[in-house]
Design a binder for this molecule. Structure first.
Ligand code: UD1
Ligand code: UDP
Length: 360
């Protein structure tokens, strides 16, 4: 049996891993490496538990620091495991520092790299994830692409060979778990003191964690002012990156319409998407989930990350600016139920089939 080392480290990767690993383990031996990039219980363990992901074989305990420092420590740690395990392939997901570190460690050891969620581009190297995506795609031997626009980017960069349009594992997960929601997942909603948060009948769902939006009070506060002006509360599970800032701003400004929560598990998060009137986010994953659920989304970011979601105002970009966000939230939106550019909910099977073909 061929051996595949899979490297994950951040929240969205655990979700993709859950879907792919389940299929992969039927025909391959998977050795799982967690870099440690996300480490709080509700940023990591909760996903392994609720999505029944096997416990990692290694946890490198690397988190925090500058991008270069974090990436460098990860490369060294992953390289040591790869030298010991001697896998036939390395599998990575998405665009985090864990993704790029693993890809670089493997390619230097002549281990073929397989990249799931290849081909995303926003067109600026100022975005740390764009750097991770480009480097990983260009050293990969197999690229799995979620949407047609991703394939176009790879064609333009001359790396369309060994690139396959398979659909989005996030869509696989959304379909699979939405069917299983029964309301108990909402117990994950806890305020910062650990007390349960009562869910309002009507709500907006908000997340915000991008470096670009959370590095200063001003931008986050503009987003908060927009949410404060809405006709129903905004539920906001806060990423630990900006816990302190979010809590302080809400307290100082006396905001009443923003319900801050600790980070929640995956099923709670998609339950909130399904219950929300609209979504406001800067998350790559959440803007797709809003689209999957047929919920209007405003993405507070200056670049299009998922072009397929931008039709008929389903997903609109906004500046971190109260007036702009409110204007976009007021737009007319229409969803076409026959337009589903993210695959058929079975991307994992397609990915594993192509990996099998790779080995002949
Ligand atoms: C990372 C990814 C981003 C992804 C996000 C998903 C990169 C460059 N960015 O950003 O693409 O959207 O994950 O959530 O890899 N922290 C904790 N506890 C945790 C995790 C983080 O306290 O469990 C704090 C640490 O202080 C850390 C900071 O959050 O320094 C930022 O974490 P980091 O992993 O560097 O970046 P993310 O913002 O999570
Ligand atoms: N999510 C979650 N708990 C939260 C907030 C988000 O499970 O408290 C889910 C969300 O539904 C989506 C994924 O995390 O499935 C998106 O991850 P994130 O926003 O951290 O990263 P990105 O997608 O921007 O890389």
């Amino acid at each position: 049996m061929k051996k595949i080392c899979t490297v994950v480290g951040a929240r969205p990767q655990f979700i993709k891993l859950a879907m792919v690993s389940r299929v992969l383990r039927k025909t391959f031996r998977e050795v799982l490496i967690h870099t440690g990039q996300h480490y709080d219980h509700n940023m990591s363990d909760v996903f392994f538990e609720e999505m029944e992901i096997p416990k990692p074989d290694y946890n490198l305990g690397v988190s925090g620091g500058t991008h270069g420092e974090m990436t460098g420590r990860m490369i060294a740690g992953i390289e040591a495991v790869l030298l010991k395990e001697k896998p036939d392939m390395l599998l990575v997901f998405g665009d985090t520092n864990s993704t790029m570190a693993a890809a670089l460690a493997a390619v230097k050891l002549h281990i073929p790299v397989c990249h799931v969620e290849a081909g995303g581009r926003i067109g600026t190297l100022d975005n740390p994830e764009e750097v991770n995506r480009i480097v990983t795609d260009h050293v990969a031997s197999l690229r799995f692409v979620c949407t047609p626009s991703g394939m176009e980017f790879l064609v333009n960069e001359g790396i369309a060979d060994a690139s396959y349009l398979v659909g989005d594992p996030m869509y696989d997960a959304f379909r699979y778990y939405t069917e299983r929601l029964d309301g108990t997942e909402l117990r994950d909603l806890l305020d910062f003191s650990g007390a349960p948060l009562a869910l309002p009948e009507r709500l907006y769902y908000m997340t915000c964690h991008r470096q670009e939006n959370t590095d200063t009070d001003e931008k986050l506060d503009q987003i908060f002012q927009a949410m404060e002006a809405l006709d129903a509360p905004a539920v906001y599970p806060v990423h630990p990156r900006n816990h302190e800032r979010a809590e302080r701003l809400c307290r100082e400004k006396g905001y009443r319409n923003i319900l801050l929560s600790q980070p929640v598990g995956y099923q709670c998060s998609i339950s909130l998407v399904n219950r929300a009137e609209k979504v406001v986010t800067d998350s790559g994953g959440l803007q797709r989930e809003a689209f999957f659920a047929g919920k209007p989304c405003v993405t507070v970011f200056n670049r299009v990350a998922w072009p397929e979601t931008m039709v008929n105002h389903c997903n609109q970009l906004a500046e971190p600016d109260k007036a702009d966000i409110l204007q976009k939230l007021g737009a007319d939106v229409s969803f076409d139920p026959d337009y589903q550019p993210f695959g058929d909910g079975h991307s994992a099977e397609k990915i594993v089939e192509k990996i099998e073909e790779f080995f002949g």
